[in-house]
Write a protein that binds this ligand. Structure first.
Ligand SMILES: NC(=O)c1ccc[n+]([C@@H]2O[C@H](COP(=O)([O-])OP(=O)(O)OC[C@H]3O[C@@H](n4cnc5c(N)ncnc54)[C@H](OP(=O)(O)O)[C@@H]3O)[C@@H](O)[C@H]2O)c1
Length: 337
């Protein structure tokens, strides 16, 4: 496993981060399976684990916490998040001072640790003044509860505004972005990736297999998702990776190319998809997801080799989506210069 600096910080994280969203979730990983996967990940050289307060309403953090207690704390980089509702009540969600402070304390308790390495806001909150959120995050770093702060699910202008406000006030600033980014989601490249490159933010893409679509189990001609798959559950719950959302010609065209490259390279589709992300200059560490050990082992096989330049180009072309205005206009103007 290689280690990469998390944006413009001095912190080095493994080139793969292990996602804990499947830990303790119905039909996904039990606590025993989660601990076995964490042990295997660390034995493979991984040091970076991502969870959130909201994953299985705190259970994922508790599972990580009971495991973390048995590790040498400073060897593990733990990331968690705040924003989405944790229980009932008017103040149990969002990025207010009230909810951030309460959530950070609860996350530390569930994770059984004195500090979190990377504390991320899970999504933009349109209702709370950004100054309130950013000054509270700054306080968390000053208190020693949090080492670095990051953002997830922000648009370009929202992230740039946050960075400018932190800079103007001398507050700690976001050093990491956790966006959705994979072969079926490349709009992340329109604004967020160039912004992260210019501002020196690490990029840790979530759902590198699109929730399972890029894992090899989806092939042209299928009439619905396999019964035991996340995509099947996503249909019932209205999640991004649902069959209805992704069952379209551009998905099948990309999957045709992914499977062709998988066959010619002797690597699984999942390994090809994650390797494609690892070759993107701005990417620090894709957050791999697995609900079983065999999936984790397969996904860790995405490191230590590289797709050829020709294969990368084929995947780039097959996954391109039409650019809306103004991105198309700016690209056209640049091409004419
Ligand atoms: N910030 C956010 O808003 C956000 C959102 C989502 C996720 N995340 C983070 O990103 C992490 C990864 O997300 P994800 O779980 O959606 O990742 P993913 O890799 O896109 O999807 C994981 C799912 O794909 C299937 N899969 C994975 N590896 C496979 C393999 N080798 N062979 C066959 N099937 C395989 C499994 O589902 P099935 O077997 O059921 O098909 C697994 O549960 C999460 O743990 C979390 O830390 C963050």
């Amino acid at each position: 496993m290689e280690y990469r600096f998390l944006g413009k910080t001095g912190l080095r994280v493994s080139e793969l981060c292990l996602g804990a969203m499947t830990f303790g979730r119905e039909n996904e990983a039990t606590e025993k399976e989660s601990h076995e996967m964490l042990n295997f990940f660390v034995a493979s050289g991984g040091n970076f684990v991502d969870t959130a307060n909201v994953y299985s309403t705190g259970t994922s953090e508790e599972i990580v916490g009971r495991w973390l207690k048995k590790q040498k704390r400073e060897d593990i980089i733990v990331a968690t998040k705040v924003r989405f509702p944790m229980g009932e009540g008017p103040n149990n969600a969002g990025l207010s001072r009230h909810h951030i402070l309460h959530s950070a304390e609860a996350s530390l308790r569930r994770l059984q640790t004195d500090y979190v390495d990377l504390f991320q806001v899970h999504c933009w909150d349109p209702k709370t003044p950004l100054e309130e959120t950013l000054s509270t995050l700054n306080d968390l770093v000053r208190r020693g509860w949090v080492r670095y702060i990051g953002a997830s699910n922000f648009s370009g202008w929202q992230l740039q505004r946050a960075l400018c406000l932190s800079r103007a006030n001398g507050w700690e600033r976001f050093f990491c972005l956790q966006p959705q980014y994979h072969l079926l989601c490349r709009s992340t490249e329109w604004e967020l990736i160039p912004l992260c490159e210019v501002e020196g933010l690490g990029v840790i893409p979530w759902s590198p297999l699109g929730g399972g679509w890029l894992s090899g189990k989806f092939k042209r001609g299928m009439s619905g998702p396999p019964d035991d798959s996340r995509v099947k559950i996503a249909e019932e719950r209205g999640w991004t990776e649902s069959w209805t959302n992704r069952n379209n010609e551009s998905t099948w065209r990309l999957l045709d190319v992914l499977h062709e490259i998988s066959a010619e390279s002797g690597k699984s589709p999942a390994q090809v998809a994650i390797n494609w992300l690892l070759r993107k200059a701005a990417v620090t560490a894709p957050i791999i997801g697995a609900k079983r050990m065999d999936q984790l082992q397969n996904n860790i096989g995405s490191i230590g080799w590289s797709l050829s330049p020709g294969q990368l180009t084929k995947l780039d072309q097959a996954s391109l989506i039409p650019m809306p205005y103004p991105y198309d206009f700016i690209r056209m103007a640049e091409a004419r210069r």
